[in-house]
Design a protein around this ligand. Structure first.
Ligand code: SF4
Length: 352
């Protein structure tokens, strides 16, 4: 594999250069989307090189620790109990089984292990188990991330105390389009959860989904919301809708792949120091589209054969493409905390 020749440019503090802003107007964001494609990519890639090695991509693995039977009505989601998608619900996994998967993910090159549960929010009885999972994953030297639905301030504090590095909670789309996609929780509910995560001192993973029939302006609206947070999310997943039979969005039209790349590029410009992640929908993206997304500023992927409940490119296909493009997985592990002292948490699983 070619060796990266990247040498970081002498970077002035970001705040002084004015790249990191929190006051984007909708018109400014829209103007970026409206740039000629090459101009947009040139600008995004230039900024990308100033903050990151363009030849490194962070690799995360995502495991569904509790699947299906979710009471929420997210129109894209096969895990909602409201849609008949044929998905078999599964209870919360046993802690040791989760840790087995985390060990396997580490062996295959992941540096971050994300665990997702299809809940409106975790119940009190679930918390000891998810806390044990976080501690176990960190003991393996992996960064930990969870997505468990809405969190109260207390729950966020408990997860932070356990050592959780990242919490994922997406805004999904613009505030204007949001009501067409979800009715069981509000935009403000989402912002409140993200506020609790920040207050507890965890890093934020938050992005959205495109290709859900939204207008171009809604993509600008989503990215404007993320970029104008007091602190940018450290990870910004950009998902492309996976159309699952039985969900209300199953018949959505194809999204123009260039509009997807534009979304990545604008996210990179608005949040230059954040990892922009290719998430759901990669199965439908060919190698050329992946390469273009990496050039536009995507520098993180979910890796593995399944993304919660939808297929993902085979892990070795990703590594083969990395090799052809001279990309290396970003190496970053956390220092393992002392071993857990309460072995009760490693026993049986809770019912979800
Ligand atoms: S996206 Fe999450 S909250 Fe919405 S239905 Fe699916 S599992 Fe539930």
């Amino acid at each position: 594999m070619p060796v990266s020749e990247f040498t970081p440019s002498p970077v002035e503090p970001a705040a002084e250069r004015g790249d990191i802003r929190h006051d984007w107007s909708r018109a400014e964001v829209q103007a970026l989307f409206d740039l000629p494609f090459n101009d947009l990519l040139f600008r995004a890639h230039g900024l990308h090189r100033q903050y990151f090695d363009p030849n490194q991509v962070q690799v995360s693995t995502l495991l569904s620790i509790k699947t299906g039977a979710c009471p929420e009505d997210c129109a894209y989601c096969p895990q909602s109990t409201r849609y008949d998608t044929g998905l078999e619900p599964e209870k919360l996994m046993e802690v040791e089984k989760v840790l087995e998967q985390a060990r396997a993910a580490k062996t295959s090159g992941a540096t971050r292990f994300c665990m997702g549960a299809a809940w409106r929010s975790p119940k009190k009885r679930d918390m000891p188990y998810v806390v044990a999972m976080v501690k176990g994953v960190r003991e393996l030297g992996l960064e930990s991330c969870m997505t468990l639905g809405m969190l109260s301030e207390e729950q966020a504090a408990e997860l932070a105390e356990a050592g959780l590095d990242y919490y994922n909670h997406n805004l999904d789309t613009s505030p204007e389009y949001y009501g067409d996609i979800i009715t069981t929780r509000t935009y403000q509910d989402r912002l409140d959860t993200l506020g609790h995560v920040r207050k507890a001192g965890m890093k934020v993973c938050s992005g959205g989904i495109v290709g859900m029939g939204e207008a171009a302006g809604d993509r600008a609206g989503l990215l404007q919301q993320l970029a104008n947070m007091p602190q940018h999310p450290e990870s910004v997943p950009i998902n492309m809708l996976v159309r699952v039979e039985g969900t209300p969005l199953a018949q959505e039209a194809d999204m123009d792949p260039f509009d997807f790349i534009r979304t990545i590029a604008v996210a990179r410009i608005l949040m230059p120091a954040s990892h922009v992640r290719l998430s759901a929908g990669r199965e439908e993206m060919n190698e050329q589209m992946h390469a273009l997304a990496y050039f536009a500023g995507a520098n993180s992927i979910f890796y593995g054969e399944k993304l919660l409940t939808t297929p993902n490119p085979q892990a070795n296909e990703d590594m083969a493409l990395f090799a052809r493009l001279g990309i290396a997985p970003e190496q970053r592990t956390v220092e393992a905390p002392p071993a857990a002292t309460d072995p009760r948490f490693y026993d049986a699983a809770a019912g979800a």
